[in-house]
Write a protein that binds this ligand. Sequence first.
Ligand code: 5RP
Length: 223
Amino acid sequence: MTQDELKALVGQAALNYVVPGEIVGVGTGSTVNKFIDALATMKDQIKGAVSSSEASTVRLKALGIPVFDSNEVESLSVYIDGADEIDHQGHMVKGGGAALTREKIVAAQSKQFVCIADESKLVDALGAFPLPVEVIPMATARVMRQFVAMGGTAAVRLKDGQPLVTDNGQHIVDVKGLTITDPVAFETEVSQWPGVVTVGVFALQKAQVCLLGTAQGVKTLAF
Ligand code: 5RP
């Protein structure tokens, strides 16, 4: 199976976690796009979605799925999202699609995080994928120096030769060369650095379930 087919497989499997009559939390990315397409087949059975990005909002609305502001919804039973890396405890690196801040917000208001990913995303330790960090532009140089002091190399993510601007009007710093041995401690520390909006380690908001697309079919990992 191609990677695209594996993404479609887990996107479809995630429908089993959607609670009829409720609002579902929806992440961002190419795997989630497959989930949104599948969700459209049961759109009459749900109230709608809380979305984690402008891109997902556009796709949801185009398929006729109502999108609620997260402030209108106190809590969600489930949040479905992809990951750039997931370890064997359900800790993730996210933000490859630059949507990490809103993803963490929707994850925080959800009782269960269901990660959908193809098997290439499962890792023993986080850090091989460049770690996305959303940063207030004024602080990027300082934050990058702090990552260099930790042994990493950092660069501002560009789009068309200019710093990429997130849905929240901020920039993304991508950090290479880190091995994140204690994801909770790492997320806790970096989240406190002045100017950091969101660090792409999701350990405090980790997944409870991962639907992993493999050549043998969908494997369910519970954490
Ligand atoms: C977006 C994300 C995505 O979940 C992550 O990048 C995985 O994306 P894809 O499903 O396209 O591989 O965190 O900010």
